[in-house]
Ligand binder design. Structure first.
Ligand SMILES: [Zn+2]
Length: 199
């Protein structure tokens, strides 16, 4: 058992378990993801490794979990959208973000239901619902039913799985949203804040 779990309060432990799945260990492989989207992103793991920083690769491609309170996006209150750090698909609006106190960026709903997919996750001896990007299958986090109104849901996301883009730049994403590997927008002078970057 993780030593940290002994020193936390029961409530905090419950919240942490809500997001953490394996600490820094790699989660066991689940059934391969198959996107039904026309713009599904299917590239080799080698290519993903080139496109992503090590922490984002660990989270998105290996199902890992970042340490709580380490992502700059956890405290980000700026107005904009959160993209999949793997493929650049807009997943969450900042208007749906709230401070859950867990140390991970939390949202009460995705931009659209068909952008963030649910998958059953029975790891760690409990039944949870994993979230993956609908376009590239990248692991994002888990969703729980203890969130605020209006949905009552808490999408507990790894900041390393997301990249933030200010609202004034959302038009650069295209409609339908184009694929930007590693959430790197070629048209912009400054890239959206990448998950591994320090503020
Ligand atoms: Zn994606």
């Amino acid at each position: 058992m993780d030593r940290r779990r002994f020193i936390m309060t029961t409530a905090a432990a419950a919240l942490l378990i809500g997001c953490a799945e394996t600490g820094w260990a790699v989660a066991p492989p689940k059934a391969p993801f198959r996107s039904s989207r026309k713009d599904a992103v299917k590239i080799s793991e080698e290519r993903w490794k080139e496109a992503l920083d090590p922490l984002s690769f660990y989270v998105l491609r290996q199902g890992g979990t970042e340490r709580a309170f380490t992502s700059p996006l956890n405290r980000n209150k700026a107005d904009g959208v959160y993209l999949c750090a793997g493929c650049g698909l807009p997943l969450f609006d900042s208007r749906a973000k709230f401070d859950s106190g867990t140390g991970w960026p939390s949202f009460f709903q995705p931009i659209a239901k068909n952008r963030v997919l649910d998958r059953p996750d029975d790891s760690m001896g409990m039944r949870r619902t994993e979230n993956v990007c609908a376009r590239c299958g990248g692991h994002l986090g888990h969703v729980f039913n203890d969130g605020p109104r209006p949905t009552g849901l808490r999408y507990c996301m790894n900041g390393a799985a997301l990249a933030f883009l200010e609202r004034r730049r959302v038009s650069e994403l295209g409609d339908p949203p184009k694929v930007f590997l590693g959430a790197r927008l070629p048209s912009s002078k400054a890239e959206p804040r990448t998950p591994g970057a320090r503020p």
